[in-house]
Design a protein around this ligand. Structure first.
Ligand SMILES: O=C(O)CC1=CCC(=O)O1
Length: 252
């Protein structure tokens, strides 16, 4: 599976992979590109079934999504990369930290779901809804979880960009990634993670609430936790001015 991606920054710089949330594309990383591309070769990619290409039929598994990233890394010629992932991208990062530790330096995982299988039926129902009715069935509720009302009111154009990404995501790709989440529980391997991990959660994140992310900091050896006040789920997009310095400090 060859993932859609966009590369910026110097060819000979250390590689950083950017992994987006469910139903968005690599374009959601626009607020990070200038800051990260000065010192890194930044590769922002689409998960399988997302972005411009046709979606392979689901269900997908976390192994599918994680192995796609390793294949993408293989094409760069770099032995190792650092990895920044939000939401679904954060879950894939947790899987990579546990299953491909020799390919990665550092992880920054923002609002990652660690045990979505605890709510398996929710994800199965969402997959069925999107297969039947398309992404328009979930778009407004999703934006309501991802952005604070005051941000959405003041940044209508920015929110519209994410709305269009959600609406353009192939229904099969979105649904098949929901199915990957419905079977995913990464809690057992947290203590085995050896890479330095930055965890970020947002106080008003109703998608992946802070109480599900805060315990990861105790479970992952040496993990560093940041809790953002006055922010909802899609922190890289709505709060780049606070997130970018955290990423630059952690990635080194
Ligand atoms: O859709 C949501 O609000 C929650 C979510 C889980 C994984 C993801 O990328 O988004």
């Amino acid at each position: 599976m060859r993932l859609n991606h966009r590369t910026t920054g110097p060819d000979d710089a250390p590689v950083v992979l950017l992994a987006s949330s469910l139903g968005t594309t690599h374009a959601m990383w626009a607020p990070q590109l200038d800051a990260l591309s000065k010192n890194f070769r930044v590769i922002a990619f689409d998960h399988r079934g997302h972005g411009a290409d046709e979606a392979p039929p689901g269900p997908y598994t976390i192994e599918d999504l994680g192995n796609d990233v390793v294949e993408l890394l293989n094409t760069t010629g770099a032995e190792r990369a650092s990895y920044v992932g939000i939401s679904l991208g954060g879950a894939v990062g947790l899987w990579l930290a546990q299953n491909a530790p020799d390919r990665f330096h550092r992880f920054a995982l923002l609002c990652p779901p660690v045990n979505p299988a605890a709510n398996a039926q929710t994800w199965i129902d969402r997959a069925a809804l999107v297969r039947a009715e398309g992404a328009q069935a979930i778009v407004e509720a999703t934006l309501g979880r991802w952005f604070l009302p005051e941000y959405a009111e003041a940044h209508a154009e920015e929110v519209e960009v994410i709305r269009q990404q959600l609406l353009s995501t192939p229904a099969e790709g979105y649904a098949a990634c929901c199915e990957a989440l419905s079977t995913l529980d990464l809690t057992a391997g947290l203590a085995d993670i050896t890479a330095p991990v930055l965890l970020v959660t947002a106080e008003q994140d109703t998608s992946i609430p802070p109480e599900t992310v805060v315990p990861l900091a105790a479970g992952i050896p040496g993990a560093h936790l940041e809790i953002l006040e006055d922010a909802a789920h899609l922190v890289t997009y709505s709060d780049a001015d606070r997130i970018n310095p955290l990423l630059l400090t952690h990635l080194g």
